[in-house]
Design a protein. Sequence first.
Length: 277
Amino acid sequence: MVTFPNAKINLGLDILRKRLDGYHDISTVMIPVPWNDVLEIVPGKADVDRLTVSGRPVSCPPASNLVFKAVKSLRKYADFPSVDIFLHKIIPDGAGLGGGSSDAAFALKAINELFNLQLGDETLASIAAGIGADCPFFIYNRPMLCTGIGADMEEIRLNLPAGLTLVIVKPGVSVPTKDAYSAVTPAIPQIKLETLITMPMKHWLGNVKNDFEASVFPGYPDIQRIKEVLLSKGAVYASMSGSGSAVYAFFESDIMTEHIQALFPTSDILVEKLDCQ
């Protein structure tokens, strides 16, 4: 079975408070975006699960990969044969795009279908929550308001303008999540994100904010520059995704991929026309 785990971006991200357990309560809207890895899972030829990773280099060994963790977690809920897993990485890591979490969630869904385990989305999302805070999002894989540490999810309806072009720029630098959180100042916003996100997109800038930008930009000025350049080229809205380092922008007109690549020659680029209904 072959599937195509996709990335996500965060539309706004409010860091509300630090919890007694050391985590932070947040509020963010996640949406899926068409930047995809390739994941193939087949019945194993050996008695043990095996993972082969190709494509973009990843920093962790196969045994520590979230896909492997997903398989082990699923075995606590259902019995199924060993699997051979082939993961071709395309989504940049360390970007705030959720690539590793998506791979894990799609592995859960693929094995569930491959072996007819008949586990519902709610059960799969519960398993995914034990793997990573944003893993459950990719089980549902539709716009969600995410609260708590990011794992509490509620479907949200967005009214994005028709004809948008999405641009994502991932620079060579990555931002460790621990570093991003170390300088944040949690605060309760005057207007909740789920209210702000209903405004026309032309009013998002300055209102729909990512609180990580205030802590990340001083130490990573190149990321701030990407946002500023995208806005100067006519983006109706731009923001860092998650804790970075990827920056995305929405344009109301067509943008040539070659033009964006010329602006950011050392970065990974996605330019995609969105079907906003």
